[in-house]
Design a protein around this ligand. Structure first.
Ligand code: NAD
Length: 427
């Protein structure tokens, strides 16, 4: 019998997977992830050291959301997290699922709980297959602030005062904004952008672009939204001080006038459609990043071809990394599945997330037990496996056995694709 390509792994002696947090979600992605874990990972790894949290609406409801608090704490303790897409229940879903209340966004709680700096979203590429962008596109989305953390209410006629009370003792309060409301029906909203971590975001973004050899752009709507100037100013300051020379040396600013360029967000939406050669990166505020990365996903053929990694900072300065796909729970395919129809979920974004979390878990475990040879060996085994898995996945696409978003109507179903990759892994 031919030895398996991943010679250090075998189904006879499973490797104990390094500890990571595994967050389960809902619907089609949960179903597909269960299959992938069972058919791709568990034949080779003992996954009992994964800390498993069920963040389905039903489980959050049954535990009065204690499960979310526990997951955030475990993420802080361990530092490597894989997360399936989850549902933030709408008013209608609260009714349909019989929930006690509309539980808040678990993603928001995690971004705050892990001092989220950025959500990095990159295009996934398969050698030999042309997707939307020819070369990588990176995106850095500020992980906190903006509309997501807004306070709001509906009010009638009157005066709205937004007053700031400084924490510093003796500093007087001041009015940030005062406005007269003359309509009978108004929605008022207050939000802020916390900017302390933008310096860290800048270093992560420019460092990644420099290493990959791609040209960085900063996206805001600061021309009209004057309060966004600080984001650009910090990015530019970090760039000029630590990166400009390095980018110039590599010729990465040739196509943008030899300096870091700012793009207005509406102009960025157009460039994303035109710049299909790729080879660029963008950094933006939270909401702009949410919108623009969905656009990138469409240009690049499918939400299945985009990664989504949250980078946060622990109290000791070490990086917490959470890996997920950029898409949601794929409700439409789930409904098809429940109705007994074929589905074809592209699992690449989910798998890249599993791979990222396992690699980060193995790296942290080896660092925490420095000098322990067995941890280094496990790390090698994990990286060996993830390389093999990626090759098996890409080959399945290359041999025309991809999912239907890529291969058209003759593409594989969700289950057949997973089985095909499992077969390749076992060869
Ligand atoms: P979605 O991303 O699940 O799906 C959008 C469209 O893209 C659908 O037509 C779907 O079939 C297609 N699609 C997405 N991923 C695909 C893949 N891997 N392969 C093939 N096709 C794919 O977004 P939605 O339908 O707006 O949201 C569904 C649910 O997911 C909602 O309840 C929403 O709240 C939740 N959601 C969760 C997250 C998260 O947890 N990070 C993110 C977005 C949406």
């Amino acid at each position: 019998m031919k030895p398996p390509k991943h010679a250090m792994l075998s189904t006879d002696k499973k490797v104990k997977a390094p500890p990571m947090v595994y967050i389960a979600g809902e619907e089609m992605t949960r179903y597909a992830c269960d299959l992938m874990v069972q058919k791709w990972f568990q034949p080779y790894f003992d996954t009992t050291s994964w800390h498993y949290f069920d963040l389905s609406c039903a489980s959050r409801d049954a535990t009065n959301d204690q499960v979310l608090k526990d997951a955030v704490q475990a993420g802080k303790d361990i530092g490597a997290i894989f997360k399936e897409p989850t549902i933030t229940p709408s008013a209608l879903q609260v009714k349909q699922m019989g929930l006690k209340k509309a539980w808040g966004s678990p993603n928001g709680a995690m971004r705050r709980g892990w001092n989220g700096i950025t959500i990095s979203r990159d295009t996934i590429h398969i050698d030999g297959i042309e997707l939307g962008y020819k070369n990588p596109v990176f995106f850095e989305r500020h992980a906190v602030g903006g509309e997501y953390g807004a306070g709001w209410n509906q009010v009638g006629k009157g005066t709205l005062l937004t007053t700031y009370l400084p924490k510093e003792e003796g500093s007087p309060p001041f009015v940030v904004d005062k406005r007269d409301l003359t309509d009978d029906h108004n929605v008022v909203v207050v939000y802020h952008n916390p900017y302390d971590n933008v310096t860290s975001l800048a270093h992560l973004f420019f460092g990644r672009c420099l290493e990959a050899g791609i040209t960085p752009y900063i996206v805001t709507k600061k021309t009209v939204f004057k309060w966004q100037e600080g984001f650009w100013a910090t990015m530019k300051e970090v760039f000029d001080k630590d990166y400009k020379e390095k980018f110039l040396k590599k010729g990465l600013l040739d196509k943008c006038g030899g300096d870091l360029q700012h793009l207005i967000s509406d102009a960025a939406t157009m460039q994303l459609i035109r710049w299909t050669d790729g080879g660029f990166g963008m950094a933006a505020h939270n909401y702009d990043g949410d919108m623009l990365t969905d656009q990138i996903a469409q240009v690049h053929r499918s939400p299945g071809f985009i990664t989504s990694n949250l980078v946060g900072k622990n109290d000791d300065g070490s990086l917490i990394k959470e890996f997920e796909a950029s898409h949601g729970t794929v409700t439409d395919l789930w409904n098809d599945h429940l109705a007994g129809r074929d589905t074809s979920l592209n699992p690449l974004g989910l798998v890249e997330a599993m791979i990222g979390a396992m690699e980060h878990a193995a790296t942290l475990d080896a660092e925490r037990h420095s000098g322990d040879e067995s941890k280094l060996q496990t790390k090698d085994q994990v990286f060996n496996f993830t390389t093999t898995l990626r090759t098996a996945l890409h080959n399945t696409f290359r041999y025309g056995q991809g999912t239907r978003d890529m291969s058209g109507p003759s593409g594989f179903t969700t289950e057949d694709f997973i089985d095909k990759v499992a077969w390749r892994l076992g060869r």
